[in-house]
Design a protein around this ligand. Structure first.
Ligand code: NAD
Length: 294
């Protein structure tokens, strides 16, 4: 068997097109231009790249990105004041504080200060609780992207055995909640799980969010299963360059799985597309408008 490759790039491009259409509709019908504040503290090179990519995608979708660059020495109190200012600004519909933050700042405190209605990352405890309670919420972008990709293969996930490897607050736990909301039978595994390959082999849908290069081998995968690889691992490549690999041994998985996301070009592009979707959802929720039908 050769797995069907789930083209995250193409699916993300399609979603971004739909979001841009929704943005145009909001402008035309409601005179609303979605705006997002992207807050970067310090000069972490990876964070700078992420922020630039997000701001560019926001602009391309016809929305307004308000960049707030703060120095590395910013105090927690100053950042909380900035977040409070953005909470109060009606032109700002979403607030994204790029993580990680410098060590003098407690990230959880900052996340908890963002207005939950503007929490387009879906990390605020109110949104986490709403997701767990099955209430409408802004949900984390990467997990949402995983579910959108899985649903391109299985329009209904109801009754499927889903195994999630990883239990982080950013990926593993929210992806498990979203799959539960889709009526999958969900098993969450982690570094203390016994005999992980056997548990993984039960999955009709396997989501790997571990951060360990190519840890999931071909013989961990049930023949015909759908595999969503969230991992982004930098490995030394040829000529002193870096190459990116996922948490799944792609070549082995391709021979066993029914469908599989590549790295890069799978979940990664979906994260940004789902962020854009979240901004539009936030605008609609804040203005009592029906959310986008996507
Ligand atoms: P994390 O380090 O916060 O969590 C990793 C999880 O994997 C933990 O819950 C841990 O229990 C589990 N784990 C670690 N070793 C294990 C083992 N040997 N066996 C079983 N489970 C084990 O990482 P994260 O933030 O959840 O990210 C996971 C991966 O996804 C990373 O590679 C990260 O770069 C990537 N990621 C990608 C995107 C994207 O946009 N595609 C977004 C976020 C994270």
């Amino acid at each position: 068997m050769t797995a069907r490759i789930i083209d995250g790039k193409a699916i993300a491009a399609q979603l971004r097109g739909k979001v841009a259409g929704e943005v145009a509709r909001l402008k035309q019908a409601h005179d609303l231009t979605p705006g997002i504040a992207v807050v970067l503290v310090g000069t972490n090179p990876a964070s700078e790249v992420y922020v630039r990519t997000k701001s560019k995608a926001v602009a391309e979708a016809g929305m307004r990105a308000i960049d707030r660059k703060l120095p590395e020495t910013t105090t927690e109190a100053d950042l909380l004041t900035e977040v409070a200012r953005l909470n109060a600004d009606p032109a700002v519909h979403g607030i994204l504080v790029q993580l990680p933050l410098p060590k003098q700042i407690d990230s959880q405190k900052v996340i908890a200060t963002i207005d939950p209605a503007k929490d387009v990352d879906g990390f605020h405890p109110v949104n986490v609780g709403k997701l767990a309670s099955g209430l409408p919420a802004l949900v984390p972008c990467t997990p949402l992207g995983c579910v959108v990709l899985a649903k391109t293969v299985h329009p209904s996930l109801a009754g499927m055995d889903a195994v999630v490897i990883g239990r982080s607050n950013i990926v593993g736990k929210p992806v498990a909640q979203l799959l539960l909301a889709e009526n999958a039978t969900v098993t969450v595994t982690h570094s203390k799980t016994r005999d992980l390959p056997t548990v993984a082999r039960r999955a009709d849908l396997l989501v790997a969010a571990i951060g360990k290069p190519e840890m999931v081998r071909g013989d961990w995968i049930k023949p015909g299963a759908t595999v969503i690889d969230v991992g982004i691992n930098r490995m030394p490549g040829e000529g002193g360059k870096w190459r990116i690999v996922g948490d799944v041994a792609f070549g082995e998985a391709q021979k066993v799985a029914g469908a599989l996301t590549p790295v890069p070009g799978g979940v990664g592009p979906m994260t940004i597309a789902c962020l854009l979707l979240n901004i539009v959802r936030a605008v609609c929720m804040q203005h009592g408008l029906p959310g986008p039908k996507i």
